[in-house]
Design a protein around this ligand. Structure first.
Ligand code: ADP
Ligand code: MG
Length: 456
């Protein structure tokens, strides 16, 4: 059982609404970036020199582009994560008086948006199945014990909405007897979450079959259940696959078995719709998040008004480009005040980032080499501290704990290079973790499922 909070945690209404409002802009951005082949290549050029995992992903994308894709439509289920940055509150400004790099703070900082994006996930965005369950448990408890607050609990239909997106993507494939394939880990920690989506698909459309198979069972060694027809239709045990949904394949360790990368390529080249397709997967890598935080890059994809709306949700993101003044400055800044930053490699799934003094340990030995380009540097967001009870399996819950929260907004897109078939926001997730814990992934064992109680 995953840890959960006993009560919903307060979250500012204004920032909650903003996060929801910008999701379709984030979706559109990720979609457009994914389909800009040369932008992906130029943006990741330095990263792939030192990061073999990102290189493998980009190589697959380039091979698909060269051979030609058999499926023009991509399906993306994204989740954008945010924290409230409390460091900019007026009282903090007075007491600190300095910004992260040590220079004087601009008074206008106090007016700036407190909602700050942590990252946008493009693959295996979890918990859309469980988040509404936690919301409804909190709704029940609030109705029972704090009835006047019920109206401050936002409704959450993430599971239903995500299932609808699946069905629309499935129908786009136009083969009613085909199946949806969930590609999963050998040992799935988050199985209930995935099953909720499966159940919701089945409730909406009992005729749509979902199969679940570990990636390792699809390998060509021995007898693979997968086969590709002449016209690149993908089959599993003779069933045509309309949609391949990856809840796996986002970490280098997921490709340990020989032939893993060719298997991913084989799936990518097939006619099945992929969630995510390799280009959508790439649109979520951290180096791109850093590059897209610069207005000159953002405005290549979005109209000025949307750039402005989105930019206010970004915190400082710094590239560590080797041989550039800005890269050198970022390294110096991180080494001088490591407590104010997070150092991130191009990884997903939690537990990979470096904080505080550890940043110095990692960065110092590579500061004069290209290796530093495997990372990006991000300003540390410092959310307000709140109190709640954590319910953890096999542990007694007696006292409230100091926690901080992270909001996730689900979004889905279906489209080809020149057409967006749909672009929607799908619901939310709140995760909370004990104060002092740096990482936040629940599956990785760092946090608890929560839900927001909106406050003004
Ligand atoms: P991953 O892709 O591994 O999930 P994230 O960028 O989401 O990586 O970081 C993991 C966790 O670390 C986040 O969920 C959040 O709790 C914490 N974190 C990441 N970036 C920041 C930041 N800039 N400030 C504060 N905490 C952060
Ligand atoms: Mg994350």
């Amino acid at each position: 059982m995953f840890p959960i909070t006993l009560f919903p945690s307060p979250f500012p209404r204004k920032e909650f609404n903003l996060a929801n409002d910008v999701q379709t802009i984030v979706n559109e951005l990720m979609h457009k970036v994914a389909f800009d082949h040369s932008f992906l290549n130029s943006s990741l050029e330095s990263t792939v020199k030192v990061d073999s995992f990102t290189k493998n992903l980009l190589d697959i994308n380039n091979q698909v582009e060269k051979i030609g894709s058999a499926q023009s439509v991509s399906f993306g289920l994204f989740r954008t994560d945010y924290m409230i940055d409390d460091i900019v509150s007026k009282s903090d400004l007075k007491s600190e008086g300095v910004s992260r790099d040590g220079s004087e703070r601009d008074e206008r900082d106090s007016e700036r948006c407190r909602l700050k994006q942590v990252e946008s996930n493009a693959i295996a965005s979890g918990f859309s199945g469980l988040a509404p369950r936690v919301s409804s448990m909190h709704r029940y408890l609030t109705r029972k014990y704090q009835r006047d607050r019920v109206s401050s609990l936002p409704s959450n239909s993430a599971t239903h909405n995500v299932a609808l997106s699946f069905i629309q993507a499935f129908d786009t494939y136009r083969s009613p007897s085909a199946v949806i394939l969930f590609v999963i880990e050998d040992w799935v920690v988050n199985v209930c979450d995935q099953r909720m989506i499966e159940e919701s698909i089945s409730e909406l459309r009992p005729d749509v079959r979902v199969l679940r198979r570990p990636f390792s069972h699809l390998h060509p060694h021995g007898s693979s259940p997968l086969s590709l027809s002449q016209d690149r239709r993908l089959f599993i045990h003779g069933n045509e696959i309309a949609l391949v949904y990856f809840r796996h394949c986002y970490d280098p360790a997921h490709y340990d078995l020989p032939g893993s990368w060719s298997l991913r390529l084989q799936i990518e080249l097939s006619r099945a719709i992929k969630c995510p397709s390799i280009n959508y997967h790439l649109s979520g890598v951290k180096k791109l998040q850093q590059i897209l935080s610069k207005i000159e890059n953002l405005e290549k994809f979005l109209p000025p008004k949307n750039c402005e709306i989105l930019l206010q949700t970004f915190t400082g993101l710094h590239g560590l480009d080797f041989g550039s003044q800005s890269g050198d400055d970022a390294v110096k800044m991180a080494l001088k005040r490591p407590e104010n930053f997070v150092l991130k490699p191009q990884r997903e799934g939690g537990g990979n980032n470096w904080y505080g003094k550890d940043i110095v340990k990692v960065l110092e030995p590579i500061k004069e080499s290209e290796e530093r380009e495997a990372y990006i540097l991000m300003d540390l967001i410092k959310p307000p501290i709140i109190e709640n009870y954590l319910i953890v399996a096999n542990a007694q819950t007696q006292n409230p704990m100091e926690i901080i929260s992270e909001l996730g907004i689900y979004g889905s897109v279906l489209g080809s290079k020149n057409q967006l078939i749909f672009n929607r926001k799908d619901g939310h997730l709140l995760r909370s973790k004990k104060l002092g814990v740096n990482e936040g992934g629940i599956s990785a064992g760092f946090g608890a499922l929560d839900s927001p109680l909106l406050v003004d």
